[in-house]
Design a protein around this ligand. Structure first.
Ligand code: PLP
Ligand code: COI
Length: 340
C-alpha cells in the first residue's frame, strides 16, 4: 500500500520515511550494516564531521516505471563517484557492490514511499558517509558511518519546468586542484552564501565561472550545464573542477545515440554563451531544468528558447532521458537497476 501523500504537489524537501541503512567503520573495517528505523544519529561533540566537515554524499532517485517496477538509474556510477569522493577526503571506501546493495535494501524497505508512475515525483535517495569519532588536531577520523535514507520529492525548482533565470556569481565554487570534482559537503557549505545572495537578488541559481580566470563556464551549485548551439549541437563544459554529473553523461549519450545529434564536451567561454540557442541545468535533482535568462551584472542574455517553455532540443533530451528512466524507451545495457 502506498502512503497517503499528495504526490503531484511535492516539492524538493525532506519527508522522513520509515527505514534507513547504517554501516559503521571501526578498527579498519566496515561492519555488516543493517536497516534501522532510527533516523537520529548520536555522536561526540568533537566528531570529525562536526569540526572539519569530513562528509561526502551522493544523490540518486528511484522511479516507478510504466509497468509498475521500482528502478534506480545507474547506481554503479554513484557508487564509483563515492569512492572517488572518499579517496579525496581520506575516508575509507565503502565497496561499490555494498553501496548498490544498501541502496536496494533501503528503497525496498520504503517502497510505500516510491511515488506512483505518472505523478512527476520520485523517491530521492541520499547515501552519505562522515567521520564520527572525536578529532581535534586536523586529521582524518578513524571511525566513520555510512548511511542511506530516502525521501519522496517533486521538482527541485519551484514552478517545475518553467525556464529559470540565473546570475553569474561573484563567488567561486571550486579552486583549481581543489574538491570541485567530488561530492563533498564542504562544496555545498561554501555555496550557501552565494545561493542566498542569488535568491535575494531574484535569481533561481548561480552560474559559477572557473575561479582561475573567470572566463569559462563551470556549473551551478547543484547541476551541470548543457547548451545547444544554433545548429543543434549539444555542448557541455569540460573542467576538472566540476562534478562529473551522471545525468549529464547520460544525456550526452542520449543526444548522440538516441537523437543522432553532434555532441561536444569542451571548455565553454562565457563570452560564447550569448550565441547558444538553448541552455539547461542537468542533475539528479534538476533532471533538465531549462534556463531562459542569464544575467551578468545587469547585462542580460536571453536564450532564444524564451521564458515560457523548454527549447526543442532540451525537450527531446528530457523526454528521452525520462522515457528511459520510466521504462517507456529501451535503456542502454546496465542503466536500469530493478529493485522490485
Ligand atoms: N553538479 C553538482 C554540483 C551537483 O551537486 C550535482 C548533483 O548531484 C550535479 C552536478 C549533478 O550530478 P548527477 O547528475 O550525478 O546527479
Ligand atoms: C542531486 O542532484 O542529487 C544533488 O545532490 C544536488 C543537490 C543540490 C540537491
Amino acid at each position: 500500500m502506498k502512503k497517503d501523500i499528495d504526490w503531484e504537489n511535492l516539492g524538493f524537501g525532506y519527508i522522513q520515511t520509515e527505514k534507513r541503512y547504517v554501516s559503521n567503520f571501526k578498527d579498519g573495517a566496515w561492519d555488516e550494516g543493517c536497516i534501522t528505523e532510527d533516523a537520529n544519529i548520536v555522536m561526540s561533540e568533537c566528531a570529525g564531521v562536526l569540526q572539519y566537515a569530513q562528509t561526502i554524499f551522493e544523490g540518486m532517485k528511484a522511479y516507478t516505471t510504466k509497468d509498475g517496477r521500482i528502478v534506480t538509474f545507474r547506481p554503479d556510477l554513484n557508487a564509483q563517484r563515492m569512492l572517488d569522493s572518499a579517496d579525496r577526503l581520506e575516508m575509507p571506501r565503502f565497496p561499490a557492490d555494498r553501496f548498490v546493495d544498501a541502496v536496494t535494501q533501503v528503497v525496498r524497505a520504503n517502497s510505500a514511499y516510491v511515488p506512483p508512475y505518472g505523478s512527476g515525483a520520485s523517491l530521492y535517495i541520499r547515501p552519505y558517509m562522515f567521520g564520527i569519532n572525536p578529532v581535534i588536531g586536523v586529521k582524518p577520523a578513524d571511525e566513520y558511518q555510512f548511511r542511506v535514507f530516502t525521501t519522496p520529492v517533486g521538482p527541485y525548482f519551484k514552478g517545475g519546468v518553467k525556464p529559470l533565470t540565473i546570475c553569474v556569481s561573484d563567488f567561486d565554487r571550486a579552486a583549481p586542484r581543489g574538491t570541485g570534482h567530488i561530492k563533498a559537503g564542504l562544496n555545498y557549505a561554501m555555496s550557501l552564501h552565494a545561493i542566498v545572495t542569488a535568491h535575494a537578488n531574484g535569481f533561481d541559481e548561480n552560474m559559477y565561472l572557473d575561479s582561475a580566470t573567470r572566463t569559462k563556464v563551470e556549473e551551478t551549485g547543484g547541476a551541470n550545464f548543457l547548451f545547444v548551439t544554433k545548429d543543434g549541437k549539444v555542448v557541455t563544459p569540460k573542467s576538472d573542477t566540476i562534478l562529473p554529473s551522471i545525468t549529464r553523461r547520460s544525456l550526452m549519450h542520449v543526444a548522440e545515440h538516441y537523437l543522432g545529434l553532434e555532441v561536444e564536451e569542451r571548455e565553454v567561454r562565457f563570452d560564447e554563451v550569448k550565441d547558444f540557442a538553448e541552455c539547461g541545468l542537468c542533475g539528479t535533482a534538476a533532471v533538465i531544468s531549462p534556463v531562459g535568462k542569464i544575467v551578468d551584472h545587469g547585462k542580460e542574455i536571453c536564450m532564444p528558447s524564451g521564458m515560457e517553455k523548454m527549447g526543442p532540443v532540451t525537450q527531446k533530451l528530457y523526454d528521452t532521458l525520462t522515457g528511459i528512466q520510466m521504462g517507456l524507451l529501451e535503456a542502454p545495457k546496465g542503466w536500469i537497476h530493478v529493485i522490485e
